[in-house]
Design a binder for this molecule. Structure first.
Ligand SMILES: O=P(O)(O)OP(=O)(O)OP(=O)(O)OC[C@H]1O[C@@H](n2cnc3c(O)ncnc32)[C@H](O)[C@@H]1O
Ligand SMILES: [Mg+2]
Length: 201
């Protein structure tokens, strides 16, 4: 079985990648497996910069091909926030629960029709001696007023997916893989650079 290194310390994100890559027979390794001591400061101001930062730092350290995902939630009524800062939205010691609480508080006066939002995912692939490549995906939805569902991570419990008529957290990992921003980015990677999955390992 091929292995792919994903430069993440988010176990929910890693689970998403497992659902996306296991159909290709690919096993997912994370920073917990390959560089648990590594703390990468996400100093970029765009998804692309942070994805490159994570992928390139780990690729240089290991001398191998590495994929990173930088992603977030862009809410129209908040002018695209929390965006690149989605993981840290509620400040120091942010958790998924606190981020959701802050998001719902910030949107409390916003009517249903104005609660449109999208998840964005930028994947960066870095490999020794190669230029870093980028792939993107988005997923359109709406922010509910109360969380629903136990699956997924981050803002999934309050992100309503119209075509599924459920929240992202009410989808199985396999269902989420079909509709998510991360799924779209992986499919774009597969179309444009699928051979990377088989080489550079
Ligand atoms: O950097 P790594 O270690 O990969 O983990 P992270 O959680 O910090 O990841 P990001 O820097 O890319 O921040 C992404 C944040 O955006 C949110 N997010 C991204 N994708 C999501 C998804 O599929 N479902 C729910 N929330 C998501 C969630 O709050 C994430 O913590
Ligand atoms: Mg991060």
């Amino acid at each position: 079985m091929n292995e792919v290194i994903i430069a993440t310390k988010n176990r929910g994100k890693a689970k998403d990648f497992e659902a996306l890559l296991s159909p290709y027979g690919i096993k997912v390794l994370t920073l917990f497996d390959v560089a648990p001591d590594l703390e990468i400061e996400e100093t970029g101001t765009t998804f692309r910069e942070n994805a490159a930062l994570k992928a390139e730092t780990v690729s240089k350290r290991l001398g191998k091909m590495v994929i990173a995902d930088d992603s977030g939630l862009a809410v129209d009524a908040l002018d695209g926030k929390p965006g690149v800062y989605s993981a840290r939205y509620s400040g120091e010691g942010a958790t998924d629960e606190r981020n959701i609480e802050k998001l719902l508080a910030d949107l409390s006066g916003v009517p249903d029709e104005d609660r449109t939002a999208r998840f964005v995912c930028v994947l960066a692939i870095a490999a020794p001696g190669a230029e870093t490549q980028f792939f993107e995906g988005t997923c359109e939805g709406r922010i509910l007023r109360t969380p629903a569902g136990e699956n997924g991570f981050g803002y999934d419990p309050v992100f309503y997916v119209p075509r599924e008529e459920r929240t992202m957290a009410q989808l199985t990992p396999e269902e989420k893989a079909v509709v998510s921003h991360r799924g779209e980015a992986i499919r774009s990677l597969e179309e444009q650079a699928g051979e990377l999955f088989g080489e550079n390992q």
